[in-house]
Design a protein around this ligand. Structure first.
Ligand code: URA
Length: 435
């Protein structure tokens, strides 16, 4: 086959066959497809789109461009993926809670993207925690501890790694077809039987409108199902941070407080239960999502999920007593500053993307590829929509490396909040279920 044959078909919106998708994905992984050809491919798909069979073919081909895991375990292999938001540490609660309910969870996670946080960056704030497992190590440890959260090894979906980097520099990231194939190729390479998706919508999400979120959710669900993985999606709110903390160690702290019941964040807990309920129903471990959510509640309440989280941290090189001593084990920033509201009123809106960028600028995320992250910085005690504030009451606590950075972040936090005289409706946590 010749790359030009494939490119001409996509350029002319004549679809993409499974054979062509396989050839192109293998060429991306091996280097036989050049950067120019990969850029033309991405742009042609960005402009013309793919039909449903083409999207499934590309997803399967990118999944199969590297190692695909196969399991022989006494329980279902399941996972969750979120399209990205702020203050969202659900993965840290959900992976061990699903494991406590009888699932096996090989959760291959990513790093922060733009203003959104990344699970791997959060976990790396735990001293010693390894996120670079080989596929063999992942398989062994999932069998032993039931849940492992780690990064994608170079062997997982290498075609996506190459195409993603090229999309990034050719203005072709924003394509539902390419986003679908990219997310699912990595997730499905983990050999999942069931997948639940958290598609975020709102000021802190990549999808700002319900129409965009619905289109992405439908594409992800139908493509994953077409590729043989039982999948549902929840479209959930990201018009404000999910938890009250944003920043790597601060989010681990909040997740651990919720896991251990020392200070429960209700939104984190509720979304964990809702997504977990869907996953357990898909996996056949609950009659429906409500019964599944109840099982997740039990796993959290009994401390069984916290125990499994501790076993995972220990297995990956972190402190053996992390669950008992997490406040002492996590890094803390040298400067802590309360941010006061500019006026009096109810919080009517939050620019969650601006809060995310404030965290990035504090050093909690990357402004360019390869930037080092400071795990201790970020925001905590963030006030939510509907709460009453005044110049005497804090909007948030800034955790910074220097006084100057704390000043800059305080101004950004103040600007991200819109106040009103009347009490607004609080946004729903979950808008729709697709599947
Ligand atoms: N996350 C991915 O893995 N791929 C995309 O294209 C977008 C978000």
């Amino acid at each position: 086959m010749d790359a030009r044959e494939v490119l001409a078909r996509v350029r002319d919106a004549r679809g993409l066959t499974a054979e062509q998708a396989d050839w192109f994905a293998r060429g991306l992984a091996s280097g036989e497809v050049t950067d120019a050809q990969a850029g033309a491919f991405a742009m042609a798909i960005r402009l013309n789109g793919l039909d449903a069979p083409g999207r499934v073919a590309l997803t399967r081909a990118m999944r199969d461009s590297g190692q695909v895991l196969h399991w022989d375990l006494p329980g279902p292999v399941v996972d969750k993926h979120s399209t990205g938001g702020l203050g969202d540490s659900v993965s840290l609660l959900l992976a061990p809670a699903l494991a406590a309910c009888g699932c096996y969870v090989p959760m291959i996670s990513g790093r922060g993207l733009g203003h959104t946080g990344g699970t791997l960056d959060k976990l790396e704030s735990i001293p010693g925690y390894r996120t670079d497992l080989t596929v063999d190590e992942l398989q062994k440890l999932v069998r032993e501890t039931r849940c492992i959260i780690t990064g994608a090894s170079a062997d997982i979906a290498p075609a996506d790694r190459r195409l993603y980097a090229i999309r990034d520099v050719t203005a072709s990231v924003e394509s539902i077809d390419l986003i679908t194939a990219s997310i699912l190729s990595k997730k499905l390479a983990a050999g999942l039987e069931a997948l639940v998706l958290d598609v975020k919508v709102g000021s802190g999400a990549f999808m700002k409108t319900m129409d965009q979120a619905r289109a992405l959710a439908q594409s992800l669900v139908s493509t994953a199902q077409g590729a043989g993985c039982m999948t549902t999606a929840l479209i959930t709110d990201m018009n404000q941070p999910l938890g009250c903390s944003a920043g790597n160690a601060l989010e681990v702290l909040e997740a651990m407080e919720t896991l251990t019941g020392t200070a429960v964040n209700q939104a984190l807990w509720d979304l964990t239960a809702a997504l977990g309920g869907e996953a357990l129903a898909l996996a056949g471990l609950a009659a429906d999502a409500d019964e599944g959510a109840q099982k997740i509640d039990d796993a959290l309440e009994t401390g069984r999920a916290a125990e499994i989280f501790g076993e995972m941290v220990a297995a990956l090189g972190g402190p053996l007593d992390f669950v008992e001593r997490f406040p002492d084990r996590l890094p803390a920033a040298p400067v802590m500053r309360e941010v006061r509201a500019a006026g009096t009123g109810f919080v009517a809106a939050v620019d969650a993307e601006a809060l995310g960028m404030a965290v990035v600028r504090l050093g909690g995320g990357r402004l360019k590829n390869g930037d080092r992250i400071n795990p201790s910085v970020g925001l905590s005690e963030l006030v939510m929509i509907g709460e009453r504030v005044s110049p005497d009451l804090p909007l948030a606590m800034v955790h910074a490396a220097t006084e100057a950075e704390a000043d800059r972040a305080s101004a950004a936090v103040r600007a991200a909040y819109t106040l009103a005289d009347t009490e607004p409706d609080e946004p729903d946590l979950i808008y729709e279920r697709i599947g």
